[in-house]
Ligand binder design. Structure first.
Ligand code: GRF
Length: 226
């Protein structure tokens, strides 16, 4: 089966791009990166693409339609089948989003629909939630909205600050994004009535409490559930 051709859009650091590059380095992985596009010429992610021998292009963002038309031309030229937003920090032209409906995905460091937009880790800490995490979703014109493909949960720890929480979530993003792209590339992901169905979907069996229960209570709860 031919590998799914990925176009990756970035604005900065590129650690999720690196995670996708690492996944694609395995010949058994069902996708390959054919194009990296940045809206900033100085994005460190462009050097990551170059180091991996992937064609990377900076498109200066004059306005949304102009950026969209240049990006579309590049993606078409490279015959991309899926666009992955990986730290792309702009709102995209609506016509571009509609043209790539269910063929464009994004990763966001919160459990959407909670905390869309900027500084989601800061938002999570301010809200006092006990779990945050990250989400991979299909892109819709509204910011950080669209059918959810995969999520990972990261517990908040006592004394967490934004940087510590962001680092723990980022480490999980690097596992979740390649997983979600793999499922799409394997043809197992369908959007049905604005939610996602995945063939052969297996959910984890564990339930996690935060704060954790004292060991005695945990044992009693475990025995009660048997
Ligand atoms: C990640 O946290 C991603 O979820 C968000 O922007 C950040 C990009 O980081 N959309 P990187 O450029 O992939 O390192």
């Amino acid at each position: 089966m031919p590998r799914l051709r990925l176009g990756v859009l970035i604005s900065g650091r590129g650690s999720n791009l690196q995670a996708l590059i690492d996944a694609c380095a395995d010949p058994a992985y069902p996708a390959e990166i054919v194009s990296v596009i940045s809206d900033r010429a100085e994005a460190p992610g462009l050097a990551i693409a170059a180091a991996a021998g992937i064609s990377g292009v900076a498109i200066r963002h004059r306005d949304r339609p102009a950026f969209a038309s240049e990006a579309s031309a590049l993606l078409r030229e490279q015959r991309a089948g899926l666009v992955c937003l990986a730290g792309f920090m702009r709102v995209l032209d609506t016509a571009f989003v509609e043209a790539w409906q269910d063929k464009m995905v994004n990763i966001h460091p919160s459990l959407l629909p909670a905390f869309p937009g900027l500084h989601p880790q800061r938002q999570a800490l301010a809200a006092g939630v006990r779990f945050s995490g990250c989400t991979v979703h299909f892109v819709r014109p509204e910011v950080d909205a669209g059918p959810i493909i995969a999520q990972a949960v990261v517990p908040i720890r006592p004394g967490d600050d934004e940087a510590r929480l962001a680092a723990r979530i980022l480490a999980v993003e690097h596992r979740l994004y390649p997983l979600a792209v793999r499922l799409i590339a394997e043809g197992r992901v369908r959007v049905v009535a604005d939610t996602v169905e995945i063939d052969g979907w297996q959910a984890p069996t564990i339930t996690v409490l935060n704060p954790v229960e004292p060991p005695g209570e945990r044992l009693a709860a475990t025995l009660a559930s048997l």
